[in-house]
Design a binder for this molecule. Structure first.
Ligand SMILES: NC(=O)c1ccc[n+]([C@@H]2O[C@H](COP(=O)([O-])OP(=O)(O)OC[C@H]3O[C@@H](n4cnc5c(N)ncnc54)[C@H](O)[C@@H]3O)[C@@H](O)[C@H]2O)c1
Length: 379
């Protein structure tokens, strides 16, 4: 077995949402060792947190630049090889750029950057450097999702004729109605989040998922966004009509003010022969609906897939299958970093990250221009 990949982490400190998910996922296939990083802007909490998770203080750094400088001073067999970026969005671009320019592989949270232009710049750097760049559209790692992708490719529902992705959360409802709580949330601050909150945060998952599952390319969007208050600059809800390059039509609905909802991400894809439905809150099950037949509910422990070359680490029935999803992405990226064979689709790449940014900017442009069709770059 290849030596473990030495992983650094930026962000993902004790108070963060995704830190624990990445740390567990990175360790699940025994392919990474977390050896250092910058877990917070504040050096004291940074060191305290690192010590709590067993990282020695001499590999805890003040910021990304000092991490790069000091790591480059270490012998190559000790140095961090890949870095996971888990900070708020506005830091992704500068961190990823410096890492790529200095020879580190990158695993970056979505949305890739805060602008499409920055995303394209990173894509050029990845191309020039030959380094591996994974973007953690986590849900594409679910075993069931990978099975659906294969089923659709193999004609299980026939030619796709309608796509629908709904991603509803309610967590912004208690925040949005008071201006002080609005100000306290980085996702509602354009300086930190980028030009979009809801579409950048979760609409982009829906966009990526539809393209991942169907291999279709979304060509045009027509969006109607919702801000609720005049002094709120960030969308917190939106409905987006979509058209794919082959003419297939569909819809992406995303909301963070769907009061009472947790993480209600539902994908529905309909073809000439049948349809497939999947719900993130019950991720082990896919609903397979063939014209004129009883609905089949297929569970993920019955799934074999070329995109899941290792068995799932969590036993079937475990409610925290999200760790398996992220671990599949880390595992795919590890194969690429170790120059082992892997299948296209084992981890989302810089191309998916760039597509996501193109989508976000097109949606906001469509809304701002009075709900008009905007074309994405598809060449
Ligand atoms: N893939 C997914 O499903 C998913 C889910 C949630 C969040 N995310 C993404 O993950 C990223 C982080 O989101 P979150 O909800 O975990 O945010 P958060 O606010 O919960 O955590 C951010 C972390 O970054 C740290 N941080 C901030 N500035 C830093 C700096 N300069 N250097 C080092 N660390 C710094 C903070 O201390 C904190 O630990 C965002 O880009 C978000 O879109 C992705």
């Amino acid at each position: 077995m290849a030596e473990k990949i030495r992983l650094g982490i930026l962000g993902g400190g004790g108070n963060s949402l995704v830190g624990i998910l990445h740390r567990i996922a990175a360790s699940m296939h025994d392919k990474y060792d977390i050896v250092g990083g910058v877990f917070s802007r504040d050096m004291n909490s940074n060191v305290e947190f690192a010590n709590n998770i067993g990282i020695s203080s001499d590999r805890v750094y003040e910021n990304c630049d000092s991490m790069i400088e000091k790591e480059l001073g270490l012998p190559s067999d000790k140095r961090i090889q890949a870095v996971a970026i888990l900070t708020p969005n506005f830091l992704h671009h500068s961190m990823a750029k410096s890492l790529l320019e200095n020879g580190f592989h990158v695993i970056c949270e979505k949305p890739l950057t805060t602008t499409y232009q920055q995303a394209k710049e990173l894509r050029s750097l990845v191309k020039e450097s030959g380094l591996v760049f994974a973007v953690t559209y986590t849900y594409t790692g679910y075993p069931t999702i990978r099975k659906i992708r294969e089923m659709i490719s193999n004609g299980a529902i026939g030619e796709v004729q309608k796509v629908d992705a709904q991603y509803y959360q309610g967590w912004i409802n208690p925040i949005i109605h008071q201006s002080d709580t609005r100000m306290d949330t980085w996702r509602l601050d354009p300086e930190k989040s980028g030009i979009s909150c809801c579409i950048g945060d979760i609409g982009t998952h829906a966009f990526d998922m539809l393209e991942y599952l169907t291999h279709l390319k979304i060509d045009k969007v027509l969006a109607d966004l919702n801000y609720l208050y005049d002094d709120n600059k960030m969308d917190i809800d939106g409905s987006i009509l979509i058209r794919c390059t082959n003419g297939v039509k569909g819809i992406i609905r995303a909301s963070q003010i769907a009061t009472g909802e947790n993480n209600n991400f539902v994908i529905m894809i309909y073809g000439k022969k049948g349809g497939i439905k999947w719900e993130q809150e019950n991720p082990r099950v896919l609903h397979y609906m063939l014209e004129g037949e009883e609905v089949q509910m297929i569970e993920s422990d019955k799934i074999n897939s070329d995109l899941l070359s290792d068995d799932a680490v969590l036993p079937p029935g475990h409610p925290d299958e999200i760790f398996d999803a992220m671990a599949n992405i880390y595992n795919g990226a590890a194969k690429a970093i170790n120059k082992e064979d892997y299948n296209e689709g084992e981890f989302p790449t810089i191309i998916d990250g760039v597509r996501g940014m193109n989508f976000i900017e097109s949606v906001v442009e469509s809304h701002n221009k009075g709900n008009v069709w905007i074309s994405l770059d598809n060449n």
